[in-house]
Write a protein that binds this ligand. Sequence first.
Ligand SMILES: Nc1ncnc2c1ncn2[C@@H]1O[C@H](COP(=O)(O)OP(=O)(O)OP(=O)(O)O)[C@@H](O)[C@H]1O
Ligand SMILES: [Mg+2]
Length: 349
Amino acid sequence: MHNYRIRTAKFQLTISFFSSLLLFAMLQIFFLFVPSAHSLLISCLAFAFSFLIQFIMETNSLTKDYRLLRDHLDNIDLFIKTLSSGRLSARMKVENGGAISQVEQSLNELADKIDTQVKLLQRLVDENVQMNVKVKNEAVTEERQRLARDLHDAVSQQLFALSMLASAAEKTIHSNPELAAENIADVSDIARKAQGEMRALLLHLRPVRLNNESLDKGLERLIHELDGKTMIHFEASIDPVSGLSKGVENHLFRLSQEALSNALRHSEATKVVLSLHEKDQLVVLTIFDNGQGFDPKQEKVASYGLKTMKERAEEIGGHFLLTTHEGEGTSIHIRVPIHREASNSDGEN
Ligand SMILES: Nc1ncnc2c1ncn2[C@@H]1O[C@H](COP(=O)(O)OP(=O)(O)OP(=O)(O)O)[C@@H](O)[C@H]1O
Ligand SMILES: [Mg+2]
């Protein structure tokens, strides 16, 4: 057991002085009864001797206490360093009693807490990783189901209608050529729609990112690929825009894909125009179709395209504007500020 007497040298001196003075006084009283010629000398010597002896003894024990205290503090320091280095299972040997043992006990309790917290944190990280994998798998499954549903709802039903109309036309071509002509016109109409749906689905399946090409080149390639594959005529008016970060370019590319996909699937347009320009430190992307338009107030339950487009534009600090009227086509207008300094340094990295 180590109980430290933490006293100051001044306090120690005072104690020694007064106890020696007491001895001096007692000797003086003694010499009153037993007179002696050297009474004062003897008392003074006794005082000096007592003072010296006490002082040496106390100083000695104080030095010993100081060493013990220093050893304990060194141990505490070493223990804290061990904990910081990550060995959280280490614990201090607690000496019984004394102020320092309380500190050691508290440090051990603190180490217990840190150990528990770290274990908890690791479990959370593990769970997070598992959750991410699960969410990713669910997203993939959901996307597959969506594609399957789209294929079934649109293309497969259109193919069924096509086969019905074609066989009806075949049967009536001699007996009722006018009806057969009507059926054939319907066949052509439905085939065009199915083609648009297929194109839109393929657009969904496309890689999300630009393949290491600039936004203007990627968009030109996209429009070039779409033009001539359906009844819609695709036009592009694209200027190279410098100073866009890769993230902004990818977002703008995805926005274009979604807008073109909608035009292919829903617009029944004959012409779609995509333009990309820079104006007043803003990149301006417009996708216009001259199709049937729609009522934007009528929200569809399982439709996410327009909502996602708005969110995606806002994510890059942009502004999304949809203009459409029934029978007057649809136009999507996106403006995003260009931060040249930041994006230039991005490019340098
Ligand atoms: N260019 C367009 N021309 C005509 N109608 C459109 C056009 N774009 C969107 N719409 C209408 O707005 C609706 C919502 O479009 P949105 O892109 O949000 O969903 P979606 O295309 O139906 O489904 P998805 O979630 O696969 O995109 C469409 O169902 C369609 O009726
Ligand atoms: Mg859509």
